[in-house]
Design a protein around this ligand. Structure first.
Ligand SMILES: Cc1cc2nc3c(=O)[nH]c(=O)nc-3n(C[C@H](O)[C@H](O)[C@H](O)COP(=O)(O)OP(=O)(O)OC[C@H]3O[C@@H](n4cnc5c(N)ncnc54)[C@H](O)[C@@H]3O)c2cc1C
Length: 372
C-alpha cells in the first residue's frame, strides 16, 4: 500500500498479476464489491445486522481515557489477549519514528493495545501484513475500519485460514478517511512544522479529547474536535468514502462509535468521561461483549435502537442518500462499486426526496473531477 499523489493509500502492484489474481482482487476488494450473505438474519435498513445495542465504557480508567470514546474497542482487545482467546491483536498504531504515519501492529499485551488506542484520522492499512500474520499459524483479532473488516469477510469466502485464525472482527463507525493532506492542513492551522514534530494525536486522552501536536522543543499546540474534524479533516475525505454504504461496520462482530450526548438535537462535543456506542452484530460479538462484562472489562447499559439516529446523524444521512450518490457515480463514470443486500433501497425511503436528489446531483458534478 503506497500513498498516492492525492495523499491516500492505494495498492501498488509489485509485478504482473495473472488473471486469477485479478479475479481474486475483484472478489475481495471492498472498494469494488460489498454484499451480505443471502441467508443473513434480517437487518435494520440503516444500522445493519444487530444483536443488541448498548452504550458502555472500559472499566480500566486509563483505557477509558486513552480511548477515542469509551475505550471499549481497546478493552475488548485486552480482554481477548488476557483471556487467551487470541495470541495477538492486529491493529493500527502510530509508526515508530514517524508521528504522522500509521502502521499495523501485532499487539500482545495491554501496553501494546494502549499504544494503539485512539482514532487516527488518516490513511491506514490494517491488512497490509495479513499474509505474514496468517503464516504465523496463530489466532488473532483484527481491529479495522468497516472496509477493512468487509475485505476480510470477502476473503473468508475463498481462504479458509480466516475462519480458523481470525475469530474476532472489531470495528468502529467511520465517516470516511481523510487523505494525509488533511493532517498536514491541521498541523498548518496549529502552526506546527511537520519536520519538527515529536508526537501527534488526533483525539483521545479525554472524550472527545484534543488534537495535540508536540514539537521537538516540547511546545504543545492543541485544537478541539469540533474544529479539527468538523472544519479541517472532514474536508479531505476521499471520494470512495462518500459513496460508502457501510459507515457503520455491518460486517464486524462488534462495532463501536461515539455515544454522543445531544444538545438542541445535535451531538454535543463538550469534554466528558468517555462513552462508547456498542453494537453487537453476530453471535460471536454478542457473547464476547457478555463475557467482557462478566469479567469486569467493560460496563454497559442497553439503548433503544432509535437513539442511534440522534448520536450518529451523519451516518443516518449517508445511508439514506448513498443510493443516489452511487447511481450518480455510475452515470457519470460508467462504473461504481457493486453493493448487494445492504438495504439501500429501504434506507432511501427514509430520506427527504429533495435531500436525496441534491446529494445525487452534487455527486454527479463532483464524480468526474475527483480521484477514485
Ligand atoms: C477515519 C475514522 C472515522 C471515524 N468516524 C466515526 C464516525 O463517523 N462516528 C463515530 O462515532 N466514530 C467514528 N470514528 C471512531 C471513533 O473515533 C472511535 O474510534 C470509536 O468510537 C471507538 O472508540 P473506542 O474508544 O472504543 O476505541 P479505542 O479504544 O480508542 O480503539 C480505537 C481502535 O481503532 C484503531 N484505529 C485507529 N485509527 C484507525 C484507522 N485509521 N484505521 C484502522 N484502525 C484504526 C486503533 O488501532 C484502535 O484499536 C472514526 C474513526 C476513524 C479512524
Amino acid at each position: 500500500m503506497r500513498l498516492s499523489q492525492q495523499g491516500c493509500l492505494r495498492p501498488a502492484s509489485l509485478g504482473q498479476l495473472d488473471p486469477k489474481d485479478v479475479e481474486l482482487v475483484q472478489a475481495v476488494c471492498p472498494g469494488i464489491h460489498l454484499e451480505h450473505d443471502p441467508y443473513a438474519d434480517a437487518s435494520h435498513p440503516i444500522w445493519g445486522p444487530i444483536k443488541r445495542v448498548r452504550t458502555g465504557q472500559a472499566t480500566d480508567a486509563q483505557i477509558r481515557r486513552e480511548g477515542s470514546s469509551g475505550g471499549v474497542v481497546s478493552a475488548l482487545a485486552v480482554y481477548l489477549l488476557e483471556s487467551r482467546q487470541v495470541d495477538f491483536v492486529a491493529q493500527i498504531a502510530v509508526a515508530a519514528g514517524d508521528p504522522l504515519a500509521n502502521e499495523v501492529q501485532m499487539s500482545r499485551t495491554r501496553a501494546d493495545v494502549l499504544r494503539a488506542a485512539g482514532s487516527r484520522y488518516a490513511p491506514a492499512a490494517p491488512l497490509a501484513r495479513l499474509e505474514e500474520y496468517l503464516s504465523t499459524g496463530q489466532r488473532f483479532a483484527l481491529v479495522g475500519k468497516p472496509c477493512d473488516i468487509a475485505a476480510i469477510r470477502n476473503l473468508a469466502r475463498v481462504d479458509s485460514r480466516i475462519g480458523r485464525q481470525v475469530p474476532f472482527l472489531l470495528s468502529f463507525m467511520c465517516a470516511g478517511v481523510p487523505s494525509i493532506k488533511g493532517t498536514h492542513a491541521l498541523l498548518d492551522a496549529l502552526g506546527v512544522e511537520r519536520s519538527r514534530l515529536q508526537s501527534f494525536r488526533y483525539r483521545g486522552d479525554g472524550w472527545p479529547g484534543m488534537a495535540r501536536a508536540v514539537s521537538l522543543d516540547g511546545q504543545v499546540a492543541e485544537m478541539d474536535y469540533a474544529k479539527s474534524w468538523g472544519t479541517i479533516l472532514n474536508r479531505h475525505l476521499q471520494f470512495r468514502c462518500k459513496i460508502c454504504p457501510d459507515g457503520t461496520g455491518e460486517f464486524a462482530d462488534v462495532v463501536c462509535a461515539d455515544a454522543w450526548y445531544g444538545k438542541d438535537g445535535y451531538p454535543d462535543f463538550e469534554e466528558r468521561d468517555g462513552r462508547s456506542l456498542v453494537l453487537t452484530r453476530t453471535a460471536v460479538g454478542e457473547s464476547l461483549v457478555q463475557e467482557a462484562v462478566r469479567a469486569g472489562a467493560i460496563v454497559v447499559s442497553d439503548l433503544a435502537i432509535t437513539e442511534i439516529d440522534r448520536m450518529q446523524p451523519y451516518q443516518l444521512n449517508r445511508k439514506q442518500v448513498v443510493l443516489g450518490r452511487l447511481l450518480a457515480t455510475r452515470l457519470r463514470r460508467g462504473w461504481a462499486p457493486r453493493y448487494r443486500r445492504l438495504g439501500l433501497v429501504k434506507a432511501s425511503l427514509g430520506a427527504r426526496p429533495l435531500v436525496w436528489l441534491r446529494n445525487a446531483i452534487g455527486t454527479f458534478k463532483r464524480a468526474e473531477g475527483e480521484a477514485p
